[in-house]
Design a protein around this ligand. Structure first.
Ligand code: GLN
Length: 299
């Protein structure tokens, strides 16, 4: 994005305040949940300015090429392209992750998975962590970044996602400890000799029931990858294999930490407890009070 400050006054040009107000109205009409915030994020991207600096420049004029670009991006957002795809990145665990069309956008609730691992991680010895269905690499990279003694093995079925994830790992200099592998669920980890050695299996697998797909926001439905979100009739398809095979990979005392969908805690707890070696089930709620993460431990 071009850097356009200092803003050069031009005759008849509009102030940041005015163009923000205009964009907010347009986004609101398009049904965007946070129209003002989105307008500010887009304007700060266009001007290469941190958002808070917009406030001290509200009465400054915007130059015409920035205004043209801003209007184009606002139109894109009004057509329900996710904000994170337009600006090309998103914050997760206070790190900056690049995003790309068709690759699952890291969500704030998934930070609960990372935090649950960080709270339980033994800081005194090397750790082995698995991230199943890593997408843009948010869980894998933020864990490796926060646990300098950990090796992380991360899988995904999408080559495009793995490329982006590798890029995100490089940006935080953890690419020597995060191994991205192509494959479905545990399929990617075969042949590495990790059986019985894994300290944490972390995952945010697809969990949206097929029937709910059409109720999702257009941002998700029309722009993200269905295979990152949908899992069969009841949304718990992936959890069957994840829980059933977890005891093979986990070391005794190792943890399984999974993000889950609304109302899935009970059926997934049942799946976990089918495995004799798994127990100590805990459930963590998200900020909206929805049961969002389930944790179990291998005895
Ligand atoms: N939380 C996501 C959503 O509802 C779904 C994530 C997932 O399927 N793992 O958009």
């Amino acid at each position: 994005m071009p850097h356009n400050l200092p803003l050069s006054p031009q005759k008849g040009s509009r102030s940041l305040q005015e163009v923000l107000a205009e964009a907010t109205k347009l986004l609101e009409k398009a049904g965007i949940d946070s129209p003002r915030l989105d307008a500010e994020v887009l304007l700060s991207a266009v001007l290469s300015l941190p958002r808070h600096q917009l406030y001290t420049n509200l009465n400054e004029p915007i130059d015409s090429s920035s205004l043209r670009l801003f209007r184009r991006l606002v139109k894109k957002r009004a057509s329900r392209v996710p904000l994170q795809y337009i600006v090309g990145h998103v914050e997760f665990m206070s790190l900056d992750f690049l995003t790309k069309k068709g690759i699952f956008i890291p969500r704030p609730e998934t930070e609960l998975v990372v935090e649950a691992v960080l709270e339980r991680a033994d800081l005194t010895r090397p750790l082995i962590i698995m991230d199943i269905g890593t997408g843009s690499g948010s869980i894998a990279v933020s864990l490796a970044f926060n646990l300098s003694h950990a090796e992380v093995y991360a899988s995904d079925i999408s080559q495009k996602a793995l490329r982006l994830a590798r890029f995100n790992a490089k940006r935080y200099l953890v690419d020597d400890r995060v191994f991205f592998l192509k494959g479905s669920l545990y399929g990617a980890f075969k042949g590495l000799g990790l059986e019985g050695k894994v300290d944490f299996i972390a995952s945010n697998p697809p969990y949206v029931p097929e029937g709910e797909w059409k109720e999702l926001q257009p941002e998700v439905r029309e722009h993200e990858a269905p295979e990152a979100l949908i899992a069969g009739k009841d949304g718990v398809d992936c959890y069957r294999e994840i829980t059933e095979v977890a005891p093979l990979w986990l070391r005794p005392g190792g943890w399984l930490v999974l993000e889950i969908g609304e109302g899935q805690a009970a059926p997934i707890k049942e799946l976990i407890l089918k495995e004799k070696s798994l127990g100590g089930v805990e459930v963590i709620k998200d900020l909206q009070g929805i049961e969002r993460v389930i944790i179990a431990r291998r005895g």
